[in-house]
Design a protein around this ligand. Structure first.
Ligand code: NOJ
Length: 582
């Protein structure tokens, strides 16, 4: 009789599961929906600044190969590599002149193949940058396109013949005049470039362009890479009648540029042509303007992309500081919008931002290590795939260049010229870029305390941060209390605790302006994370008794961390604690 009952129960659950599958119940963030790219910690390498092997002052693939054991020692699962394709480097590789070749300074295709092999041997996946909203103006397609109005490549880009008058204004993010239409006398027409003049926008409305891109993607996927990061892709689709936008649109240009007509058709086509045929993950830069936009990009049943980077969180930090209440509100709002469905990326820094600790923490000697560790704890304990930028695991800081001559970033140099042209306040401009210019995050990786931080034997393409003698990987590897060793610990903790990957997020002590506290619950555990975002002592009213909780990790060496009395936790400056609750 008992056996009959057991079989009945089994049968019931089997039928229920079959029914749910046949009803195509939306994918939830639960067991059934587990994926490697949700569980991975992604480490971003900016190849130009990582390690130079041949003394030309520019990082390269052989340099990365020589550091694969270091990369493996971090415990990360995947590397996202910024563009390494042939490029005249107007925008450090984001202007591609040949999508099937390697940039000369970076090495050869053989180097690429051995780098990929070396990564795979170590169980590290490789995500490549796919830059196809635009190409370089030195790409053969553009050279042909601009050569004549009747070229078969003419429609690979957006042209507006001059006899029609000037097209409706479009804002360029990088142009010296911020004008996205560049007149080309060769065929008396304007071409469109949302970024620099050397980055003409590809015409995604042309099926031939789309086919070219899918072929390029297959070329790399056939080599065995594991994913694509789609650069600026939310801008790819355009209304090619180029209607006028309302006055002032440029202050909020994303609203007008993102999610253009047919974008989702193109992504579905890309998915069908490429993603569905390989085991590759996909992540879009930008998530549109609303949660609905973001869901439309990443929800599994739409068969478009796996995840996207939303900018709202990273944009909270401003030169004048930021409010933790605002920060908490933004991350909590995004989490709740994706609690049941879809998946996000978690990041606070990348190659387009200044350094993590200088923007979100406190990079003074007293607090640099503690606040770096605290911020890393945040990134590794939130729901979403963490993307972590190289050098932040050492607590590398902003370069703080004083002179414009030290900067290399093209948009920054163009903006400097623009400010001069319009009689802007140059002093104020220099102060601002000292805090926010992306060159701050692009100074050479600090390997050791030898000349040029061990990055190159030549002259580095951009100055090494003066603090490399104190902040470097070699010293930190030896110090069990270093930022680097803490990074490894917290990554390991995340990997060992699926609760930190899939568990439900609940914000605690919402109105506390100093402390960010939350629980993660699921996969059989409940964890509490308490983070003091200030350089003073603080109290978190978590409303949970932590007396019997186990402390899994803390960024203070001088344990014991005070356990909570009356559901309160006392935190020292920039203290981070992860508890497992009974
Ligand atoms: C976003 C990239 O992250 C950035 O570095 C680049 O300058 C622009 N897209 C243009 O490709």
């Amino acid at each position: 009789m008992e056996a009959v009952n057991r079989n009945l129960v089994k049968w019931f659950f089997f039928m229920l599961a079959t029914l749910l599958i046949s009803l195509d119940v939306p994918a939830q963030n639960n067991e059934r929906d587990k994926k490697w790219w949700k569980e991975a910690v992604v480490y971003q390498i900016y190849p130009r600044s990582f390690k130079d092997s041949d003394g030309d002052g520019v990082g390269d693939l052989k340099g990365i190969i020589s550091k694969l054991d270091y990369i493996k020692s971090l415990g990360i699962d995947a590397v996202w590599l910024n563009p390494i394709y042939s490029s005249p480097n107007d925008d450090n590789g984001y202007d591609i002149s040949d999508y099937r070749n390697i940039m000369k300074e970076f090495g050869t295709m053989e180097d690429f193949d051995s780098m990929l092999k070396g990564m795979h041997q170590r169980n590290i996946k490789l995500v490549m940058d796919l830059v196809v909203n635009h190409s370089s103006d030195e790409h053969e397609w553009f050279k042909h396109s601009r050569s004549s109005r009747t070229s078969p490549y003419r429609n690979y880009y957006h042209w507006w013949n001059a006899e029609r008058g000037k097209p409706a204004p479009r804002y360029s993010l990088f142009d010296v005049n911020h004008d996205a239409w560049k007149y080309d006398s060769m065929t008396r027409a304007y071409y469109l470039h949302y970024f620099s003049r050397k980055q003409p926008d590809l015409n995604w409305e042309n099926p031939q362009v789309r086919k070219e891109v899918y072929d390029i993607m297959k070329f790399w996927a056939d080599k065995g890479i594991d994913g694509f990061r789609l650069d600026a892709f939310q801008f790819a689709a355009k209304d090619t009648t180029f209607p006028a936008f309302p006055a002032g649109y440029e202050k909020n240009f994303v609203k007008y540029y993102a999610m253009g007509p047919h974008l989702h058709d193109y992504l579905k086509e890309m998915n069908q042509q490429v993603f569905s045929k390989y085991d590759v993950m996909s992540v879009a830069e930008g998530a549109g303007n609303t949660f609905e936009d973001a869901h439309n990009l990443v929800d599994a049943e739409r068969k478009e992309l796996n995840m996207a980077y939303a900018f709202e969180g990273v944009d909270v930090a401003k030169p004048e500081g930021y409010s933790l209440l605002h920060f908490k509100e933004v991350f909590s709002r995004w989490d709740s919008a994706f609690a049941e469905k879809g998946w996000l990326s978690i990041f606070l820094a990348n190659h387009d931002q200044a350094r993590l600790v200088s923007r979100f923490g406190n990079d003074s000697p007293a607090f640099r290590d503690l606040s770096s560790k605290m911020l890393t704890t945040f990134i590794m304990t939130m729901r979403g795939t963490p993307y972590y930028y190289n050098g932040d695991e050492l607590g590398m800081t902003n370069a703080g260049f004083e002179k414009i001559e030290d900067y290399r970033d093209m948009p920054t140099l163009n903006e400097y010229q623009h400010q001069k042209d319009i009689g802007g306040d140059i002093h104020q401009f220099l102060e601002r870029i000292k805090f926010e210019c992306r060159d701050n995050g692009r100074t050479p990786f600090q390997w050791d305390n030898t000349t040029n931080a061990g990055f190159t034997s030549g002259t580095p393409w951009i100055k090494v941060n003066a603090n490399y003698k104190t902040i470097n990987a070699e010293a930190q590897e030896k110090d069990s209390n270093s930022v680097l060793n803490y990074f490894k610990k917290v990554v390991r903790l995340r990997k060992q605790n699926p609760t930190l990957i899939y568990g439900k997020y609940t914000l605690l002590d919402k109105d506390n302006p100093k402390v960010y506290a939350y629980t993660r619950e699921g996969e059989g555990k409940k964890m509490l994370i308490a983070l003091n975002f200030t350089g003073a002592n603080a109290i978190a009213k978590v409303g949970l008794n932590t007396e019997k909780a186990k402390i899994l990790l803390s960024n203070y060496q001088e344990a014991p961390v005070q356990k909570g009395e009356k559901a309160m936790i006392k935190l020292r400056p920039f203290e981070a604690v992860i508890y497992q609750l009974p």
